[in-house]
Design a binder for this molecule. Structure first.
Ligand SMILES: Nc1ncnc2[nH]cnc12
Length: 580
């Protein structure tokens, strides 16, 4: 159990010394291991001793005391440090535990995680004890501290109060502030936001940007305010702009922005040959995007695109560790580091055959181990949703003059509603559907029409959204009500209905936003959801992100938020929510 403040207690440190003195055996000895030494930038051979969760020696020596030590013959294997995901959103249907378990299997054994869902859904005490429990799993979990909700929620200033943000920032497991989705507020003079950034810097923590499409001048201003990195570059030029303004750049490959191949081509065309300021991120992609792997896949793409092999590994390991100032713990194989080691069959195949995480085998010769404990999510407040209200015909009134039109998976713009939406059922001949967002506590609702989401979708309900409120969509009022009812019965989740029948359901029993089902199982469920929606006219590829971002004001142009319909560019509520 790792409950103490220091990474290792004095007692543990003395035990580590005892191993070197032969007074204790190591637990594992990796014999004649060919490993990546990133300081010397070469593959070297050494014996690596592991005691408990730590590498206690790397070199030519053999332990004097081998009683009960597991000696691993490393012939034919290449050892690299466990990969680090520097920008994870661990709540895209999966939860932090199921994601980390799945990721570890692909060699990503350290994740730096968004706290948004914990911040919005849990009281601080529960959230912090969850962070404590997550220290005991084989993967290493660090966190960020958001400064805004990336929506227009009610009482935001009470939720993101100075006291709350400060205690998150001060938490030992929190390594950075951000991501800065609220940066326009900073430019507009928000000194509270600036104060939190200053506090983060005072604590030697990093600030992650969120600057899609930002001009050189904006990037420069944000750097002056204190931002350190950004993961939003979509072209080589944007990468270069960030480097020139002093940023560390996370190259992103995610479901909505699968940009890595292009970014790698572009940066090489621009003549960039030094990669120390680059990291990789999959930016919280939904389960199916991870079917073939996570960070390992990004390393593979980099190697295939001609990035020097060692640099490709460095971008997923030591570069991240240096950026977050934890090189003494992670991102390299050396004495004193946490024993996170990936065993490869071939240096050009980054997907490991075996994985050690905190000195435990989470994968051995291709087989996933059972090392992961369960978490009693209910103890932390992640229980099934208990909605104590119903939706009736009276809720489904649609009189707004404008609706939201989908431009792509996540961007929406306003449009004038011209069709007659007073019928119980809308025609399948067009792509407009009823759309309602209702407060999870049932107090308010906002009704409009959505264009471009689907043309044959009868009823759909989702408690999965970025604010935890309920989204209802469909052509048939009755089917929308049925979908809501079923979603309520299963304790939250995503439900699709057709002419009175439930044709799809995904229970999300952790407050309606996450499930404890393994990621592998979720991949199938997500594909099924996408397939059913596409058969009903959904023209895009990422329904999970469409749902998540309907209320997210860090994206243009019109969003449906708990304050009402929101015009992002003009920062105004166009139409307030209606009390029920
Ligand atoms: N800003 C964000 N919030 C939540 N999930 C995300 N995935 C990618 N960006 C995200």
């Amino acid at each position: 159990m790792l409950e103490q403040r220091y990474r290792w207690k004095n007692k543990h440190l003395r035990e580590h010394i005892d191993v070197l003195d032969g007074k204790r055996p190591p637990d594992i000895m990796l014999k004649d291991a060919v490993y990546l030494n990133q300081v010397l930038r070469k593959w070297m051979t050494a014996n690596i001793w592991i005691y408990d969760d730590r590498i206690v020696y790397v070199g030519e020596k053999l332990p004097e005391n081998l009683a009960g030590c597991e000696i691993v013959d490393c012939t034919g294997r290449y050892l690299v440090p466990g990969y680090i995901e520097p920008h994870s959103h661990p709540f895209q249907l999966y939860n932090p535990l199921t994601l980390s378990r799945y990721a570890s299997n692909f060699g990503t054994t350290t994740l730096i995680n968004d706290n948004l869902v914990l911040f919005l859904q849990l009281e601080k005490k529960k959230a912090f004890s969850l962070l404590g429990e997550l220290r005991n799993i084989p993967a290493t979990m660090y966190w960020w501290c958001r400064f805004d909700s990336q929506s227009e929620i009610q009482n935001e200033e009470l939720i993101f109060s100075h006291g709350e943000v400060k205690s998150w920032l001060e938490h030992d497991a929190v390594l950075q502030g951000g991501e800065l989705t609220g940066w326009p507020r900073l430019l507009a003079g928000d000194d509270m936001l600036l104060h939190w950034m200053q506090e983060a810097k005072r604590m030697r923590k990093q600030i992650e940007g969120h600057f899609p499409g930002a001009s050189e001048k904006t990037l420069a201003k944000m750097m002056l305010f204190g931002a350190d990195a950004d993961h939003e570059a979509m072209t080589g030029k944007e990468v270069m702009d960030r480097l020139m303004q002093g940023y560390t750049v996370s190259l992103r490959h995610s479901s909505i922005r699968p940009d890595l191949p292009k970014l790698l081509d572009d940066i090489q065309e621009l003549g960039i040959q030094h990669f120390d300021k680059f990291l990789f991120t999959t930016d919280g992609s939904p389960p199916a995007f991870y079917e073939e792997g996570l960070t390992d896949n990004m390393i593979r793409m980099a190697i295939e695109k001609g990035i020097p092999v060692i640099d490709a590994y460095n971008m997923a390991t030591i570069n991240v560790a240096r950026y977050y100032n934890f090189e003494y713990l992670h991102g390299n194989i050396a004495t004193g580091r946490v024993a996170n080691i990936n065993f490869l069959e071939d240096v050009k195949n980054p997907t490991p055959v075996s994985v050690l995480a905190k000195g435990k085998w989470v994968k051995r010769d291709g087989v996933e181990s059972k090392e992961y404990a369960e978490i009693k999510w209910g103890d932390y407040g992640f229980e099934p949703l208990k909605l104590d209200f119903d939706i009736g015909a009276g809720d489904l009134e649609f009189s707004m003059p404008f609706g939201i039109e989908m431009v792509n998976d996540v961007i929406t713009k306003p449009y004038s509603i011209t069709s007659d939406v007073s019928y119980d059922e809308l025609s399948f001949g067009h792509d407009e559907c009823f759309f309602m967002m209702v407060d999870a506590a049932g107090k308010w609702r906002i009704n409009t029409i959505i264009k471009g989401f689907a043309n044959k979708l009868c009823g759909f309900a989702s408690s999965y959204s970025s604010t935890g409120d309920i989204i209802l969509i469909g052509k048939r009022r009755e089917d929308i009500i049925t979908a809501f009812k079923r979603m309520k019965e299963i304790g939250g989740g995503i439900v699709m209905t057709e002419h009175g029948k439930v044709i799809y359901e995904l229970p999300l029993t952790m407050k309606g936003v996450m499930t404890n089902e393994p990621v592998r199982k979720l991949i199938g469920k997500e594909k099924e959801l996408k397939g059913l929606l596409q058969e009903r006219g959904y023209p895009f590829s990422d329904p999970v992100y469409s749902l998540l971002f309907f209320s997210s004001t860090h994206l243009p142009y019109i969003r449906v938020t708990p304050q009402g319909m929101y015009d992002v560019m003009n920062k105004t509520v166009l139409f307030p929510t209606i009390m029920r």
